[in-house]
Design a protein around this ligand. Sequence first.
Ligand SMILES: Cc1cc2nc3c(=O)[nH]c(=O)nc-3n(C[C@H](O)[C@H](O)[C@H](O)COP(=O)(O)O)c2cc1C
Length: 731
Amino acid sequence: MMVSVWRYSHLVFAIASSIFLLIASVTGVILAVEPILNKIEPYSVSGADELSLAETLGHIHTKYEEVLAVKRDRNGFVSATAIVDGKNDEFYIDPFTGEKLGSLIQKKPFFQFATNLHRSLFLKSTGRFLIGFASFLLILISISGIVLIAKRQGGYKQFFAPVVRENFSQYHHVVYARWTLIPLLVLALTGVYLSLLRFDVIPDPKVSLQVDFDSIQEEPIREYTQFDLFRNTPLSELRELEYPFSEFVEDYYIIRLKDREVYLNQVTGEVLAEEKYPGLQVMSSWARVLHTGEGSIIWSIVLGFGSLAIPFLTVTGFIVYFRRPKTKIKNAYAKHESEYIVLVGTEAGSTLQFAQEFHKQLLSAGKKSHLALMNQYSLFKKMEHLVVITATYGQGEAPASGEKFIQLVKKHRQKQAFDFSVVGFGSTAYPNFCQFAYETHTALEASDKGIALHEVFTVNDQSFESFNNWFMAWSKKMDLSIHLEKPKLLGSSKPASTFKVIHKAELPEEDTFLLSLKNLNGSKPVSGDLLSVVPTEGARERLYSIGKVNTDTLVISIRRHDKGLCSNYLHQLRQGEKLTATVVNNRNFHFPKHAKKIVFIATGTGIGPFLGMIQENVKRREIHLYWGARTKDSFDLYKDYIDKAIREGKLTDFKTAYSRQQAEKMYVQNLIQRDKDLFLDVLKNKGCIMICGSIAMQKEVLEELQLLSNEYLGKDLSHYQNRKQIKMDCY
Ligand SMILES: Cc1cc2nc3c(=O)[nH]c(=O)nc-3n(C[C@H](O)[C@H](O)[C@H](O)COP(=O)(O)O)c2cc1C
């Protein structure tokens, strides 16, 4: 079923029940405290559960003139109802001595208030119904939530695999939902059960024992302590024992044990009647215990956290939903009259923003453009140019609005020839980067009339800059002179910081340079974060990976391009000059906190963030740095940093692959097979491999790692990627 249906249901159920669930959860947290407070009262006597009923009753009788009943509650506290100084009293006792330990715990008014609100909102039957119905919706929310998490994680097997973090609300919503799923489902199921019980939809059958009074024996007379049942039943089995009303033989002991009810002749000790509790009664009793946590501190705490999760999940869930870009599409031209068809595959809506901006620019250039979802692929009579912009979901699968696309391409054969471009939106944090875009491309290529304008173009992490690069190349091919504007939702909301240039090292023959910057104010970046630089007003931003080499100095490594506006702008900065730029958090590419062995793989300026990370290695963990460049000279720029790190024991070794140094070309990916033992060790033992540099290198490196992983570890590489053992930041 389509993800959007599950997501829509999840949302509708949550909206419908949110108020009631919030009340039930807040009161639920309070009520989870009550059984804990009760349980820690000092009325439990160690070892008492092993006493027999005969021993217990014997001890009680030595203390009180007349005993009417003895009970053992779920906390294991034993109480007696007895006549004391001529008055009827009920109190906790020590089963070893019969001694009074204290008065019965009275429900505090605060808990009584919370109980009434929790059960019925003070609205009697109407309130009970509303709360019961909200519990039912909570079951549906939990089920749809399970499906959504499985879809997001790429299958039920990956249910508990690490969650890729996109933003606070999305990440914590998924993580907490997974941890509190069991208590939430138990609370919801038992809540519905107890409501149905209350409204008599589920019957609550009681045992009804029949005594044959004609056959009651008066002999042989035995002391109650000699009764078999009393001698053979431990106190732990008892719920309640009622003494005979009078001394007449027709009155008998009523004993409620954990699993059955028994009537016992008070003179002979013979069992007069006995019956196990019906299944439904046992179930109802379990439902109460599971719902209230009574008698168990641990389960009460679990339920408390379950209840606490409801407000948290409600708030984060609504934030996730309402922050989603809207996906309504309006068109000025119908599909059969448009020469440009722009199809979008989106799930959360951000890809649509890009597609809309693109479509808008086509319209303003006077082109007949029609924008639609991929699932709306059909015959487009006048289509000459098709642009498909699509995200990827799950484990390289289609987003909700593109699920039917490939089938539709096979079904609707266009009559006229058309060219097509596929732009994939994805994230390198996921195992199958832009996989669905590649499948889309293949499907279109296989259709008779489609001619690919270029290979799939990929955009990582919704980078406007990358998208614009594609757009410029595409518009040039189309001979269109148009410009894109950055979609509003993607605007950088972080405040800019000021940096002072403290050093510039340069390798003119390689066109690379290393800028050392001092952060004068604003955000505190860590190595792996990105520095967004906008060289002149209105120009496109450029992102550079940050290496933080000491507390207030960071470096960025830059390749200068002849016509590169930003690289030339940065290049002309002199020592002491100031630069305004924004730090972008790149959480998925930070130095791993726990891995014992780490491998860094970089090409060219991709070494930048690693220069900082090796400085962070104060615990001297094992770090191997693989670096690829054209010639040995390229290394001069970074030599001091690397030598120092090796001297200080912060870098274990540094291995290079120079492509133009020797006759035979050498690339970093070639070193992987050679050093396979190290790579296998890192993957097997929860180490981490970090890759930074060109996308082409990333692809080659991943292929090599995939081979190793299949051949020696019997696992797909995605297994390690899902566990965040492979981190990438390539461009
Ligand atoms: C649950 C989930 C799974 C994803 N799986 C992949 C994936 O397998 N490959 C990939 O390249 N990107 C993946 N992504 C990243 C999205 O494709 C990317 O964030 C995209 O820009 C989202 O576009 P949308 O907002 O239009 O849906 C995934 C994102 C999410 C939330």
